[in-house]
Design a protein around this ligand. Structure first.
Ligand code: AMP
Length: 434
């Protein structure tokens, strides 16, 4: 049996259908066993940029077929999926390339293995790095993971440079994804980067602990910062650009313009953190201007923040597509957060009660309960019984305006904040109620 890697690409709609059909057909071939597959990447066309964008993916197979036979099977699959070969880099329903075949190096009239440009193509390197970072490129004599880690990552310190660099990429037709963060990166942030990596040609993140969103008695000074580790994690996740400004470059001494998403900022966390969302909306508006991205990525974990940013971008006509992604959790359900590092062992153990209270709410709703007050009371009881947490609030609101509701109907947000010692944690869940 030989291990081989196959690259798949499609840029004729429906692209996803062609990729999935090709995968099914590969899996059905005698002598080929599918072993793993990467994510699907949406990529800028190579060479002729007038043609449509591609979806690309990589699969690992085990095969008893020789490389020439494997190739002829792939060509047959291409044909059954309507591929007409129109010269190099032309549009195609499906393109199937052998990237690696064991450690063989083959160059003849029909076949070139390893694929001669595989190491220059981001989607190949990202895809292979996901499924097989230890695979060796036999010509470069390098592990795929090492080729991946050799990619350049640019660190930009000033708004002016960030804007001009990202603008120039956009002008070249590159799709830019942007993930704003306050650093101290964890799996929650990295899930946003991973999604951005799949949907864009260039991924930028910002690392900036924004003083404007911390109250005078909050943890601005204490907030964890670890740029060296963040750089490593970002690079491993395939980030292209880190925007890492100094505070003085973001807020001049005479800074006097703020963005306030009225109404929607008032309830939930806004009630207890006056000025917080004004600081958030302001810095995000600034970041959207500094990094003119196509797509931006935020976590559902900060639900009110996500609603406010969507509202702000709509109200101020900021042309960006906002993507809200699910909350990443630790094994016991606690939402991953930079602030979890503050927790003592006991607090950390207890903190899982927050997620459990959200599950309890879901159960109650499933059981027919529709009265918000009853659900909130049961959640509070459960948290108080099982932890030393001080609940700041538990609220059930509609997802249109984030206003408290008495009776659950349609889409609702259940949100909460609680202190474990000095550490304030938040969590939430969006539920569709029939
Ligand atoms: P922060 O660095 O805390 O400002 O977070 C930066 C982005 O990561 C925000 O969009 C957060 O909502 C998102 N984020 C933080 N924690 C998580 C998590 N556990 N799951 C998903 N996204 C998260």
């Amino acid at each position: 049996m030989n291990k081989a890697y196959i690259g798949l690409g499609s840029n004729i709609f429906p692209r996803k259908f062609f990729i999935e059909s090709a995968l099914r057909k590969i899996a059905l071939e005698k002598g080929i066993t599918l072993k793993g597959r990467s994510s699907v990447y949406d990529t800028h066309p190579i060479g002729n940029s007038l043609q449509g964008r591609y979806l690309n993916s990589v699969v690992e197979v085990e095969t008893s077929l020789g490389p020439h036979e494997l190739l002829s099977r792939l060509l047959r699959i291409e044909k059954t999926l309507g591929r007409v070969r129109q010269g190099k880099n032309g549009p195609r329903t499906i393109d199937l390339d052998i990237l690696l075949y064991g450690d063989r190096v083959i160059r003849d009239n029909n076949i070139a293995i390893p694929h001669p440009r595989m190491h220059e193509r981001d989607f190949v390197i990202f895809g292979m790095n996901e499924i097989s970072p230890m695979a060796i490129h036999p010509v470069l004599n390098m592990a795929i993971g090492d080729i991946h880690n050799k990619r350049q990552m640019k660190i930009i310190r000033t708004p002016r440079e960030a804007h001009s660099y990202v603008s120039s990429l956009r002008q070249k037709g590159r799709r830019v994804g942007f993930v704003p963060t306050m650093g101290c990166l964890h799996e929650g942030h990295l899930s946003l980067v991973k999604k951005a990596r799949c949907e864009n040609d260039v991924v930028a993140i910002s690392i900036f602990v924004n003083p404007a969103q911390f109250g005078p008695r909050e943890d601005y000074k204490r907030y964890p910062r670890n740029f060296i580790e963040d750089k490593k994690l970002a690079k491993r996740a395939g980030v292209d650009i880190i925007f890492y400004p100094d505070t003085k470059n973001m807020y001049t001494p005479t800074h006097s313009t703020y963005v306030d998403a009225e109404d929607i900022s008032e309830n939930l966390c806004g009630r207890f953190r006056p000025g917080h969302f004004r600081g958030v909306a302001t810095v995000i508006a600034k970041l959207f201007n500094i990094i003119p991205a196509d797509n931006v990525y935020f976590g559902q974990k900060d639900a009110q923040q996500a609603f406010i940013i969507k509202r702000m971008a709509r109200d101020l006509n900021i042309p960006v597509n906002i993507r809200i992604l699910p909350t990443v959790r630790e094994k016991d359900g606690l939402a991953t957060s930079s602030r979890n590092a503050y927790l003592s062992k006991k607090e950390r153990r207890e903190a899982a009660v927050l997620f459990k209270s959200l599950l309890l709410a879901k159960d109650l709703i499933r059981g027919g309960e529709r009265r918000a007050a009853n659900i909130i009371k049961r959640m509070k009881d459960s948290i108080n019984k099982n932890s030393s947490a001080k609940i700041e609030y538990i609220a059930i609101v509609d997802t249109a305006g984030l206003k408290d509701i008495k009776t659950l109907k349609g889409e609702v947000l259940i949100a909460l904040a609680a202190y474990f010692g000095k550490t304030r944690l938040i969590d939430n869940s969006i539920i569709k109620v029939k």
